[in-house]
Write a protein that binds this ligand. Structure first.
Ligand code: GCU
Length: 597
């Protein structure tokens, strides 16, 4: 198409995003970085919100401030004059005027790079950006990542200025948390849409040939007597001999790598990892000049009929759901806040948490491995999704692969969930069954699940997706959205299941300190009574394998506008948003979990 003679690219080119549809950063380049040194680029970055996407329209990342004749021209940015923001953090909590911000924003900083080992490779790791990230280094477009809760890894070696006389490097990210109908999730969610560069960012130095990915775990069905080892390498040395070492088990084994891959099954009888004794072993894998260390808990998760088996023993998943949410940091949670959540779950006699509705920070599973907590991890295929859109499917599948590749060595993670509360349709079934098959194909060592709805007209647990799941999660709000509590036991009496069922959500709203009778909505007494009735029913259903009520603590939610009871918070928490006060219902769950077998 010929451009009009008065065409001005910056104001007339609505195809300005086209050049950035290339270089999609996906799970393909995600590497196992457990134990690797990451040179963090966290700290003070120059920042601006950019609601009209002017950075991309005006190509600020090229830092061109002269015309073709070399004369200086005015530009609409000056990185050095911008405000400073702390990375990692959520834009919305940086200052009051940004609270409701949704849209593009620009982060940039300079950093030095000194080549340490000749021929080293340098990967950039970004823990997560919500939702879309475009990465530029030294005026060049590096790549684009989609997905608000999974990491991106990209080889930036060729983009870096090696230190030649203090020349630094400039990195610039354009983030965008706009909610869109083709994204995963789409526009309508029951949580706050925090935006920005909200998890750690840094550089990882690697040798030319390095260990890119590993799986180390008990071989399922081996009677806890065999260890499965898989290693893949990147780089020119695609064939050679790796070494695999678990000193505490007296394992010093070589492993042949051919065409970049190597695998083996070893005889071993490790002390098994479980919630009360979360034993972790130091694993060292060496190949070429690279060394990767891991901390591995050996455990087996399986099902037998309607039971869930941990290391061959039938267990109940005594759980609670939680968002990745902090009053102070939004989705940017500190390690202390993560540990506090697990401590509260332990205090509740829980052994399990449902990390809803998207992959939480990798720190969560690493800490859960250490302190002993079972985890359900989930991708945000939430409520309505563009189930017929192939790009939407690719986005969902990539988030699933990134979640699995990132946490595949975490003993605490026992379930991968492919979604939450999606209305049954042929398109949805095709989309989600494909995800479930993909998850099982990537990781046969864990259980595949989803939080489903049930047949309301026949008051029956049935969902065509169940055929593709190992465990069926169901969300039910009897006592709250449906006040006719007597239906809950009927739902279970009308249903039968040949596989484990977990109640993945139930509950009621009550702002902390709101008191009245058990029949008054929004009171702690009402919420407590819902829990009393819920646990009484759960106790009676022998095929109930787990329970993770909604939710550990209140969380920000723009859909909840009751001025006194909600004020933009979902109040179904068993604690207030600051987690300083427990509501009456906390004890009901705590007592139930103390004796539920
Ligand atoms: C749904 C949904 C949650 C939501 C909850 C509620 O089940 O899965 O994300 O917050 O109900 O209505 O409180």
């Amino acid at each position: 198409m010929n451009k009009p003679k008065n065409f001005v690219d910056m104001i007339h080119n609505e195809a300005y995003l086209e050049p950035f549809r290339e270089n999609l950063i996906t799970s393909e380049s995600l590497i196992n970085d457990f134990g690797r040194t990451i040179e963090l680029l966290n700290g003070q970055w120059s920042f601006t919100i950019d609601p009209y996407d002017t950075c991309l329209r005006g190509k600020w990342w090229q830092e061109e401030n002269r015309d073709k004749q070399g004369a200086f021209v005015p530009v609409d940015y000056n990185f050095k004059d911008w405000e400073l923001t702390t990375v990692p953090s959520c834009i919305n909590l940086q200052k009051p005027e940004y609270f409701w911000y949704e849209g593009p924003a620009v982060y940039t900083r300079e950093f030095p790079y000194y080549e340490e080992e000749g021929n080293e490779r340098v990967y950039l790791k970004v823990g997560a950006v919500n939702y879309e990230a475009l990465i530029f280094i030294n005026r060049q477009f590096v790549g684009r990542h989609l997905g608000g809760s999974t990491p991106m890894f990209v080889d930036v070696t060729d983009f870096l200025n090696k230190d030649i006389g203090n020349e630094t490097n400039r990195i610039l990210l354009v983030t965008n948390n706009d909610r869109k109908p083709t994204q995963v999730p789409m526009q309508n969610t029951d949580w706050f849409n925090y935006g920005g560069l909200y998890r750690d960012i840094g550089l990882i130095r690697l040798p030319k040939t390095f260990i890119a990915d590993t799986f180390v775990g008990l071989k399922k069905g081996s009677g806890f007597k065999k260890i499965d080892v898989k290693v893949s390498v990147e780089g020119p040395e695609q064939s050679g001999t790796a070494s695999f070492e678990i000193e505490e088990l007296g394992i010093f084994q070589s492993l042949e790598i051919t065409e970049g891959e190597g695998s083996m099954v070893l005889d071993a009888e490790p002390e098994l990892w479980d919630v009360d004794s979360p034993k972790l072993y130091d694993v060292v894998i060496r190949y070429a000049t690279d060394t990767l260390t891991e901390k591995i808990g050996f455990r087996e998760i399986a099902t037998r009929g309607t039971e869930i088996l941990l290391n061959g023993k039938s267990i109940k998943l005594k759980g609670i759901s939680a968002h990745e949410e902090s009053v102070i940091g939004g989705k940017t949670m500190t390690e202390a806040e993560i540990r506090e959540n697990f401590a509260l779950a332990k205090e509740m006699n829980a052994n399990y948490m449902r990390l809803a509705h998207y992959p939480h920070t990798e720190k969560a599973a690493r800490i859960a491995d250490e302190i002993g907590m079972l985890l359900w991890e989930e991708i945000p295929v939430y409520w309505s999704i563009a189930f017929t859109n192939p790009d939407t499917y690719s986005d969902a599948e990539n988030q699933l692969c990134e979640m699995i590749k990132r946490d595949i060595n975490r003993a605490s993670v026992i379930m991968w969930s492919v979604g939450n509360e999606n209305a049954d349709s042929d398109e949805r079934l095709s989309f989600m069954s494909k995800l479930a098959i993909k998850a099982k194909d990537m990781d046969s060592s864990r259980l595949i699940s989803a939080a489903c709805l049930w047949n309301k007209s026949e008051l029956k647990i049935e969902d065509r997706l169940t055929e593709y799941l190992d465990v069926m999660g169901i969300n039910e709000y009897f006592g709250w959205y449906d006040p006719h509590f007597e239906k809950l036991i009927k739902l279970f009496e009308n249903s039968k299941s040949d596989k484990p069922v977990v109640i993945t959500e139930c509950g009621a709203d009550a702002p902390y300190g709101e008191h009245g009778t058990k029949d008054e909505l929004w009171t702690e007494e009402y919420q407590e009574n819902v829990y009393i009735q819920q646990v009484e029913t759960v106790r009676k259903i022998d095929y109930m394998a787990g329970f993770s009520p909604w939710i550990l603590y209140d969380f920000r939610c723009p859909r909840r506008t009751n001025r006194y009871q909600q004020s933009f918070y979902n109040r179904k928490g068993l604690l207030n948003p600051e987690k300083t006060e427990k509501k009456l219902a906390f004890r009901i769950l705590q007592d139930f979990y103390a004796e539920w077998k």
